[in-house]
Design a protein around this ligand. Sequence first.
Ligand code: CP
Ligand code: NVA
Length: 304
Amino acid sequence: MKQIRHFLTLLDLSQSEFHQIINRAIELKAMRRAGEVYAPFPHKVLGMIFEKSSTRTRVSFEAGMAQFGGHAMFLSSRDTQLGRGEPIEDSAKVISSMIDIVMIRTFAHKTVEDFAKHSSVPVINALTDDYHPCQLLADMQTYWEHRGDIKGKTVTWVGDGNNMCHSYINAAKVLDFKLNIACPQGYDPSPELMALNADRVTIFRDIKDAVHNSDLIVTDVWASMGQEEEQKAREKSFADFQVSPALMSLANTDALFMHCLPAHRGEEISVDMLEDSSSVVFDEAENRLHAQKALMEFLLNASH
Ligand code: CP
Ligand code: NVA
């Protein structure tokens, strides 16, 4: 029977596979920097299904597949039958019969699970309301490049208990680090996920207490895609949850700052935060390319 590896959450990888992908991403980055052409997947086609907006995810997957010698196909729900209600099951069977690997950015996490169930090729979660695992591959590659192994370190998540926060909880489990979550009441991450990781994940209501002794501080927008109408209410709830150079000075001296981007200066970060010496956000953004190339190579080679 055909074996297919999907990547719907970080729990689809073992710790050694996660390390293997990070190491490979670092190698692929060096090869690209050296101008080496590495095109192991000629004629392979990546389908990219987007039901939400994107800059980094679209550019990194499309460029990555082109660099591999393959082709990437952008499929927006606005102009495919997906947007007109064709069932996921039928779409998955048809699309996967013609291409070699698929990435999906959508709302309900169940959509990527249903697609994967009926797909004959690997499926990658490129962000759902619940998880954003591709971003964590890039974040963890970035931490590794600047500071080495994250095992045993303390990471602080500041802000909403959203898709990124959930993927940080999974990363803490797979890579074995401690996670502090500073969020206002009413915006906690999933209670099920918290209960499963109670040994390493702690919620704080005071942002200063949370960052104390931390090696990495991460934040994200206050209102995610699909929550635009909550923006005003969230601005009030999250007013005390801004990351600034002053907050970074309360963390460990070599602490790094990350943000998946896009960022809202003056909201979740101060206007000068992205340019602070602790900020590695633009390395983090570039690493989406290298980490996802390593991921696609891993999934294509592991599925046969
Ligand atoms: N960080 C991230 O996923 O960015 P995009 O929404 O631009 O893809
Ligand atoms: N939490 C954000 C991440 C964007 C990359 C969102 O879902 O909109």
